[in-house]
Design a protein around this ligand. Structure first.
Ligand SMILES: Cc1ncc(COP(=O)(O)O)c(C=O)c1O
Length: 419
């Protein structure tokens, strides 16, 4: 039996607008609400057993399929044998040798002087971003930057740092914002390398030009580009800027890398400073050693010519899906990365559309407000290199049936509306 204060606390949380919104949909559409799903089995080509049925999983960020690669799995097994399940010490005290090796390999693959690994990208943003700025500095953040950077900015603000937003992907507004800020010692500008909900890529070169003119440094969360965009999967930054001289690049080890963690690529001096300044690095545990061994193996794969072969399989699958969806007249968003979003619209229809495809044997993510704007729900389809071409054909057929059964927005309607 919960105590009175516990009951009061539960009631208080239920008064929150977002909680009310989410619980309303969960109650109204208990069958189509495919959230909190329990997965019982995963197969080598994205087969997935859920609720006693087999579907093809189009909801994995493990874009290259390296989670199923025997070399990566063996590295984890070897690491487990060598290190045990966890070394159980903050890196402020000690790091296992594999941590040093993984950071060296990451930096060599990325082309930065150094890299520092955190247990996740969120913990990188919660530790490194507030760690880079103090009271006399300025933190400027894209209004649509990932939630973990917004949270990192809130920590910086609580530490007395001035934090100001600027308009999404808009270099002119960044310029105006930095000018309007008045005096500051130095500014850090936090953005995503890829905005995963829309697939938008920021104008990195133009943003960097503004930064250089206005005494500011770029901080790019490239989580969704790591291992899938740019030569050898190095992400968006080096391609766009030609150098890391004025940019920190943050990458994911849990998505395209299929391992565990996040990292920041930076100069050697900053690695040293961030070890002192990042609370999430100091006051928390590290990535388990066996996963660090697997990160070393993935770095070798990405740096080798094999990367292009794996990436070509991903491109083939992506092209097949995009073509198929476009031929059906569906509104396809994103598609710069292996995440393809199909516009649906109303929240309830988006949930029902996801359930419809699930019944056809394909799991895709129904994404609704607040992750996307209100009434602009999408089906989010994550394409992986280890999807079989037959699975993509099947999904396109499923989308065709969906378009027959639901009044989905089409490119024709959208063009008419825009005219
Ligand atoms: C841009 C960006 N940053 C951070 C994260 C969170 O990464 P992690 O799961 O490693 O905390 C995500 C997750 O999707 C992301 O898209």
């Amino acid at each position: 039996m919960a105590t009175q204060p516990m009951q009061n606390l539960e009631k208080a949380i239920r008064q929150n607008g977002l909680v009310r919104f989410v619980e309303h949909f969960a109650q109204q559409y208990p069958d189509s609400h495919l959230k909190d799903m329990i997965v019982d089995r995963l197969g080598p080509n994205r087969e997935m057993e859920v609720q006693g049925r087999e579907v093809i999983n189009f909801g994995s960020d493990s874009f290259l399929g390296l989670d199923q690669d025997p070399r990566v799995r063996e590295a984890i097994e070897r690491g487990l044998h060598h290190w045990g399940s966890h070394n159980g010490a903050s890196r402020a005290f000690s790091s296992v040798r594999s941590n040093e090796q993984a950071e060296e390999k990451l930096a060599a693959w990325l082309g930065t002087e150094a890299a520092l690994i955190y247990p996740s990208v969120s913990l990188t943003n919660l530790g490194a971003l507030p760690g880079l700025v103090t009271k006399r500095d300025l933190l400027v953040i894209d209004e649509h930057a990932h939630n973990s950077m917004q949270d990192g900015a809130r920590i910086a603000q609580a530490n007395g740092v001035r934090v100001v937003p600027f308009s999404h992907c808009d270099p002119d507004d960044l310029d105006r914002t930095l000018e309007a800020a008045g005096e500051y010692r130095v500014a850090v500008v936090a953005i995503d390398g890829v905005y995963s909900m829309t697939g938008a890529l920021p104008p990195l070169a133009k943003l960097n030009e503004v930064c250089l003119r206005r005494n500011a440094v770029l901080y790019v969360d490239d989580a969704h580009a790591t291992a899938v965009l740019g030569p050898h999967g190095r992400g968006t930054v080096l391609d766009a800027l030609g150098t890391y001289d004025n940019a920190f690049v943050i990458g994911s080890l849990s998505k395209g890398f299929s391992c565990f963690g996040g990292f920041i690529g930076c100069k050697r001096e900053f690695k040293q400073l961030l070890k002192i300044r990042s609370n999430t690095f100091i006051f928390g545990g590290p990535v388990p050693p066996a996963y660090l061994d697997a990160i070393c193996v993935v770095c070798d794969i990405l740096a080798s010519s094999e990367y292009d072969i794996i990436r070509a399989r991903l491109t083939r699958n992506l092209t097949q899906l995009i073509r198929g969806a476009e031929q059906l007249g569906l509104v396809v968003l994103g598609a710069e990365t292996p995440i393809v979003s199909i516009l649906v619209g109303d929240e309830d229809v988006t949930l029902q559309a996801g359930k419809f495809l699930f019944e056809q044997g394909f799991y895709v993510q129904s994404v609704t407000f607040p992750a996307v704007p209100y009434h602009a729900g999408v089906l989010r389809i994550q394409v992986n290199a280890n999807h079989q071409p037959g699975a993509i054909t099947g999904l396109v057929h499923g989308l065709a049936k969906l378009a027959e059964s639901f009044a989905l927005p089409t490119t024709r309607n959208e063009l008419r509306r825009a005219a």
